[in-house]
Write a protein of this length. Sequence first.
Length: 149
Amino acid sequence: MVITYAMSSRTRRLKAGGRGTLRYQFVGTSVIETILVNAHGQPLYYYRPDTATGSLVTGGLARLWPPLTSAAPTAAGVKGKVTVVKDTHGDQVAYNGHLLYTFTSDSVGQVTGQGFQNFFVATPGLAPLTSSPAPATTIPPAPAGGYGY
């Protein structure tokens, strides 16, 4: 069965791809990607600054990006490693070492948080994460002596 959702230009079109995953297509393009979803069909995201051993998502950010928690998660249609990390959120689910979150602005059939606030859609091919966060981008120093004119 294929389900297609028509969304605004900010959201994505999704197609069923098996339990635990959906395929999404950028509206107006031919790019199609399989993504991880929770039991309700909502897209799952990872937070780039997180480590494999703990979440850096707290306070208001955690209210906007609720962690996926489960003492005994199950996954179907994925080949990566699903684990539970005990942290400030309780039993947070991780995929290949990446802690997983949902986005409060999403609903079933919508992917609206891609790249927003350093959160990215989790895919079955997500590379395993070690205990260190992703490398930060180096910002060059500002020119000395005024405004650089």
